[in-house]
Design a protein around this ligand. Sequence first.
Ligand code: ATP
Ligand code: MG
Length: 377
Amino acid sequence: MTSTQRIVDTFLDFYRERGHALVGDATLITPDRDPVLFTSAGMHPLTPYLEGRPHPSGQRLTGLQRCLRTTDLDEVGDDTHLTVFQMLGSWSLGDYPGETSLRWGYELLRDGFGVPDGRLHVTVFDGDERSRATWESLGVPLEILGEADNWWSNGTSGPCGPDSEIFVWTGDGPPTGTPSTEPRWVEVWNHVMMRYLQQPDGTRGPLPRPSVDTGMGLERMAMVLQGRSSVFDIDVFEPWTRAVTDRVVVDHLRSSVVVVGDGVHPSNTGRGYVLRRLVRRVLTRLWRDDPTRSLGDLPVEPIAATVEQFRLRVDPNYVQDVLVYEERRFGALLRRGRPIVERLLARGPLTDEDLHYLHDTHGIPRDLVEEVFTEAR
Ligand code: ATP
Ligand code: MG
């Protein structure tokens, strides 16, 4: 079985052999002026270099980057989406063209990772003739899609362009359908032809030097190579799934560990609030089954395993203390809030005025009322 660590080594070695310098793993914490709260893709910390600034390590880069996507929260718990995940990446900063990137990608998947030809399918942006011709010459089945599927941008501004996504068949029998019609085609790798710079007002101009940005989801690749039907069944999740069964709980706890490890504390705004909501969702689910459960009873091993995997510079016991402290606060808020909300509900559905009152006078946020107090009725 190909371990997750082996995938990392194979990927990075492949690109280092092709002249790529290793860039370090940045934290999840984005710079102040960034439009989003957390690093959401491998390219994210490289944005200034994709926009034209020379990178000190050169024009060919590779690396492993931790990512957090709040936009995927509703999908977490399915087979392929995590809140925090790791992305392997390769970059050509105005160096080789997209065709080279696709050819290397194909070579790495086939020869480096041993994915058989017949289990690959790709999608290509309608109008990207060069990518289309490249895949055709390699004999890989392709599907042409539009901007909704094959255009990459990180939020509303920054470098962007058409992309080509690579899918691996995960079904038991022979492949059927295409990526857009059959979910057993799992997207593992995206190659983005970074050609444009989008302004916050939506207008696009050319990038000073066309670049290529690729991102491979590490947990998804492990799922495929380890023959598992979900990312929750791969090797690095074992310490978690030994301790917890619920997928969402596993995901949110593991994600919280990484967020705390990157220096975030639960709070009522910004990153701290994302962390607070992750922990609260965990507790809501745990307490629905058994109100006596506590994060203090969680073994420290899964936390320690995640700290190690993400190379966080934090003591796992400290992380657990932060989670347990947040649990106490949340428990107290529920005990205090429940009778107040019940009293209001006895008079009928909550009005906007009620929600403001609960928030301003009692510190009970709207989403908590909606997700916890009213849902349980
Ligand atoms: P999907 O459509 O499956 O959500 P995406 O198009 O949002 O994927 P990209 O933004 O292209 O994905 O990210 C590059 C790679 O990162 C994907 O090919 C996938 O392997 C991985 N990836 C993306 N989102 C997640 C996630 N939430 N959890 C785990 N891996 C992810
Ligand atoms: Mg997505």
